[in-house]
Design a protein around this ligand. Structure first.
Ligand code: AMP
Length: 209
């Protein structure tokens, strides 16, 4: 069972690659950015709340985001494994995700980091602004999103490096080549960690509380 994350800065191609590799691995891809954008479009309460933050390139508050992910992970299609795209991005979200998984005795098996130099990210995002017209793809907001990534989300990746489940993958070049590199990285982390526990085991008393 593969429960994995794809991490990477805005513009790294995570969304595109997430749907490609989740298809190959037979698991569902869950993108918090897509769920938020859907809710904004449908003008739900969640969408109205999230929009204030998204338009400025800020993180939606952890309590809102964590609740949304917890609901999503309870759906039947997430019971056979999943690939989370864009979550967690803060230390608080890492803790929340651990708690969600621990409840069912599960743990993450793989974290993939897609790396792309900042100058390439900015030019990709500016050209995406021309084609997709996303409200958060202006140069000021792009810079803010990149800053947040460097300030907070990189530390999230480091916390997973400590668990020895991270593979770094070069996110530049041809889309097909990147997909292939990602799949190879997933296979090699799965092989390397084998059946080793990836989080500390808990005793029965702890698990019941
Ligand atoms: P993305 O499409 O992943 O770049 O996400 C677009 C926007 O949605 C972000 O700039 C945030 O405002 C919001 N968002 C997505 N995922 C998260 C998250 N894990 N935590 C907080 N905000 C998020």
């Amino acid at each position: 069972m593969t429960r994995m994350l794809i991490m990477g800065p805005p513009g790294s191609g995570k969304g595109t690659q997430a749907s490609r590799i989740s298809d190959k691995l037979g698991i569902v891809a869950i993108s918090t950015g897509d769920i938020f954008r859907y809710n904004v479009k449908e003008m739900t309460e969640l969408g109205k709340e999230a929009k204030k933050y998204m338009d400025n390139g800020d993180f939606v508050p952890d309590d809102v985001t964590n609740r949304m992910v917890a609901d999503r992970l309870r759906q039947p299609d997430a019971q056979r494994g999943f690939l989370l795209d864009g979550y967690p991005r803060t230390a608080g979200q890492v803790e929340a995700l651990d708690a969600m998984l621990k409840e069912d005795g599960h743990a993450l098996s793989v974290v993939i980091e897609l790396t792309v130099p900042d100058d390439e990210l900015v030019s990709r995002l500016l050209s995406r602004a021309d084609t997709e017209g996303r409200a958060d793809d202006t140069s000021e907001v792009i810079q803010h999103r990149l800053d947040l990534y460097h300030e907070q989300t990189e530390a999230v990746i480091e916390s997973y490096v400590d668990r020895d489940i991270v593979a770094r993958v070069d996110g530049t070049g041809q889309i097909d080549d990147i997909t292939e590199r990602l799949l190879q990285a997933v296979y090699s982390v799965r092989e390397r960690t084998g059946s080793l526990p990836v989080v500390e085991s808990v005793d029965a008393g702890d698990a019941e509380s």
